[in-house]
Design a protein around this ligand. Structure first.
Ligand code: GLP
Length: 241
């Protein structure tokens, strides 16, 4: 693992977006695995600026999001579909038909998981998978457990995860109880993984994930088995390393 600590989030965002810009410059058809949550927002802002300035184009790229809430219409402001449109996709030159996200409104959720996993298998390896980190070590929405499901699946969200995400909703009760997520096996197939973490409240889980035992009780610890992971931390998130 290549672990890099940054003094400021500005420097971290610059480095994170720089990695994605370089990838798109060398491989314009790159397949990007994208993440939601507060962490990648600054990186997405820089990507939007780079695209507007003509430094980079998403014209031939495609995107595959990690997860989506079950039961939220894509027009709901807190859906990950809406989040991705607002933070990145609507502001860059990516073709809408090449932007993929699980459909949390599908009548048959199992069939939707299979469709998404099959799509990922058909398009081949994701070139770069961007990841944030949950306070309990989750990646995507793969919550800690005695065993993890390899592929895309429906997951029951932990109360801690619902509480952490309540800030995106009007009331905490509105946070869905389920989500569709790529599995850890799906995530680990990516050619390169870019894990980004901010903040003091994640310092302990960063230490566990990067230096602790490899265990499904901390899904991010499985990233230790991947040959090409870059971890970008702000000073606070990296303070216990
Ligand atoms: C959510 C998302 C994850 C994200 C995590 C951390 O649960 N499903 O993909 O990494 O939250 O979010 P934040 O960056 O807001 O701390």
């Amino acid at each position: 693992m290549n672990i890099i600590k940054f003094e400021t989030q500005e420097a971290l965002n610059e480095a994170g977006s720089g990695i994605i810009v370089s990838l798109l410059q060398t491989n314009p058809r790159a397949k990007l695995g994208l993440a939601t949550g507060g962490t990648p927002v600054g990186i997405y802002k820089k990507l939007v600026s780079a695209c507007k300035q003509g430094t980079v184009s998403f014209g031939k790229a495609s995107s595959f999001n990690l997860d989506e809430y079950v039961g939220l219409d894509r027009n709901h402001a807190a859906s990950y579909y809406a989040f991705m449109q607002e933070q990145l996709l609507a502001h860059v030159d990516i073709a809408p038909e090449r932007c993929h996200i699980p459909n949390g409104m599908a009548a048959d959720l199992e069939a939707e998981c299979l469709r998404y996993e099959t799509l990922l298998e058909q398009v081949g390896q994701i070139d770069l998978q961007l990841l944030g980190l949950g306070h309990n070590g989750h990646i995507g929405f793969n919550e800690p457990d005695g065993a993890l499901i390899r592929g895309t699946h429906v997951v029951e969200l932990r109360e801690q995860t619902r509480a952490a995400n309540a800030r995106f909703f009007d009331t905490p009760e509105q946070v869905p109880t389920k989500a569709i997520t790529m599995g850890v096996g799906t995530i680990l197939k990516a050619k390169m993984i870019l894990l980004v973490v901010h903040g003091k409240d994640k310092a302990e889980i960063v230490k566990q994930a990067l230096q602790g035992p490899i265990t499904t009780e901390c899904p991010a610890s499985l990233l230790q088995t991947h040959p090409n992971v870059a971890v970008l931390l702000d000073a606070e998130a990296g303070s216990l390393l």
